[in-house]
Design a protein around this ligand. Sequence first.
Ligand SMILES: *Cc1c(COP(=O)(O)O)cnc(C)c1O
Length: 339
Amino acid sequence: MKITADKIELIHLPTPLEYLPTLSGELGIELYIKRDDLTSLAMGGNKMRKLEYLAADAVKQGATMLLTVGGAQTNHGRQTAGAAAKLGMKCVIACVDNYPGEISANVLLDRIMGAEVVFQAPNGQPGQQDKLVRELIEKYESQGEKVYYIPVGGSNDIGMPGYYECACELKEQAEELGIGDATVIAATGSIGTYMGLFCGLKNEGSTLKLTGIAISPFDASKQDRLTEYFASVKKTYGLDCDADPSEFHIETDYVRGGYNLPNEDVRRAIYLMARKEAIILDPCYTGKAFAGLLDMIREGKVKQGEKIIFLHTGGHPGINTPHHRVEFERELMDGITIL
Ligand SMILES: *Cc1c(COP(=O)(O)O)cnc(C)c1O
């Protein structure tokens, strides 16, 4: 790594880069998968890499509690709960969202790991989340806690090296496999994963290409955020490289229903990966990104014979989210026999 940043080791790295023979044959491409669903803590996922660096900063600041934010079924919240448990800290996850009606999926795992979850129904007022965060920090600090706040997805400068490090792994693993000209495809939400990969691949001189697939509407403000985020991390870590905004390649045509609203195509993509390769994707991010990749192959944006590395960013506990489960049950009951 050409950058330096402190981290606390929470997971076993590198994660495997695997070839998917059956799907490759079926889709006419050379398909590989980077198994960041196997980041060995709290049922895994991409946020653990960022949290290794955020944890080091939290410990340095003498924190006793991690506070983060997200949607009702945030994977990032679940992984933050895991990091807090390992570090002997408390954890609070604040969701400006409706309570999902039951303790299941990520919320269940949060509680199993001892984290508190606070739901506040959206009130349509700007700055609601910031206000909630300020109130919670005040409350817990008045009780003697030292709160370390982690923004949504852990996507700030401190979390960035997590995916810079993943880019270094990918560069080495791809060279070993002779696929240095492959394209890495990553589901993109709060952008930290994409930015870490972008900076790592570019700053380390990798020949791998990178495409993000937006899983929620990607408007001009997110485009601006990419530019600002890059400028910020370039300064923080003294990157050697520059980036023109045209170099950020995010596909925005495969959002489908909106954040955490998968449609039938997404579920079909999940079944395909599971039935051909026994790898479980999730409805919010990786299933949607894989459905996007299938569309890109169909549309010729990804050419036959092309080498693709699909980044599995985790999230599979989300299949048990109540509103997803209803759809799964409707489609899958036909294979249940009750004698
Ligand atoms: C958060 C998340 C992403 C997106 O990562 P960002 O860094 O927020 O862009 C992708 N996949 C899963 C499963 C996630 O939980």
